[in-house]
Design a protein around this ligand. Sequence first.
Ligand SMILES: *Cc1c(COP(=O)(O)O)cnc(C)c1O
Length: 388
Amino acid sequence: MPRLIPYGKQSLDREDIRSVEKVLKTDWITQGPTIEKFEQAIAKYCDARYAVAVSSGTAALHLACLAAGLKSGDKAITTPITFLATANAVCYCQAEPVFVDVDEATANIDVSKINAKLDPSVKAILPVHFAGLPCDMKKIHRIASARKLTVIEDAAQALGAKYQFEGRWVRVGSCRHSDMTVLSFHPVKTITSGEGGVITTNSEVYYEKLRSLRTHGIVKDKKAKEIGPWYYEMRELGFNYRITDFQSALGCSQLSKITGFLNKRQQIAKQYMKAFQGMDAVTLLEGDAEKYGSANHLFVLKIDFKKLKTTRKEFMVRLLKDGIGSQVHYIPVHTQPFYRKQFGTNWGDCPIAESYYERCLSIPLYPAMTNSDVKRVIKGIQHLGGNS
Ligand SMILES: *Cc1c(COP(=O)(O)O)cnc(C)c1O
């Protein structure tokens, strides 16, 4: 079998390794000064006032939901086309996720369908910038403001994405239209710290709350310090969701290279678009970076497998024989056994998401792909797709 091209992969170089090594040689390998450096760098890049770094994107989602005050009896709107962690974070707070169907062209939440799902128990909206393409945040903000709902952007796939705001581009993570934005540094994402995540916000109240929840709910403020240097108070139940100093060093080093990563992703996506646009059995998701500011996290093909007289399973196996990895993003979350059992959701609830799921296939897209890798993927797909 030819060398495998996976669907996604990190890009680490000697500089990254050296930056981690440097921190490992200091006395601060867990809670040192590099965490704050990383937080400041992320906040600056996204143009947000604050950033709180934590142990994963999932932990970041959990803390954001807690900081928003989600609790038993509350509901939160989200999308079925996401990684499980988005909806799971709502469940961690004993609240209930409500799934709104997606838009056919983008696979992002269909904003026009949110209003119909609103009732007084809905307290938050968690839009997901699927595949790196920003949702319509202006409209989501308008819906949320009218009812005082908290907006938490799941931008795990969208670090580096941008959208138009008052006639100019602003970065996802700047929280122009949200209360908090969650990012992930899992190895397949725009940049990596191994495991890791961040919440950005412009609110000092959320910022302080997130910092306390990250470390057991402990507060060491001025009032506590007056009692003595040993003294701290636990005012609410928190967690150990801390990131380490050496992970933050990797994050800083990776962030310094983000422009190159994004450009490379965009360049590959463009080649794919050109190659696959004319194929009979293939439809592409809207995701043009120049037009829509996508971070090009995934490249998804919507394939009419019946037209090709094949199944997705067979298609994937045959790609793999050519050394081409592929993946399905995602099985609609509301169809998972846990959600069906817990909340009575089922197949049929979100028909657009479900028909999208039948056809979707993500093909390799990451900055370390060589030109010949890209050509090999294009040839492989064109061959299987009936155009060669
Ligand atoms: C990756 C991802 C997460 C979870 O991030 P982790 O860092 O792996 O915990 C959450 N939501 C979405 C949309 C993701 O892609």
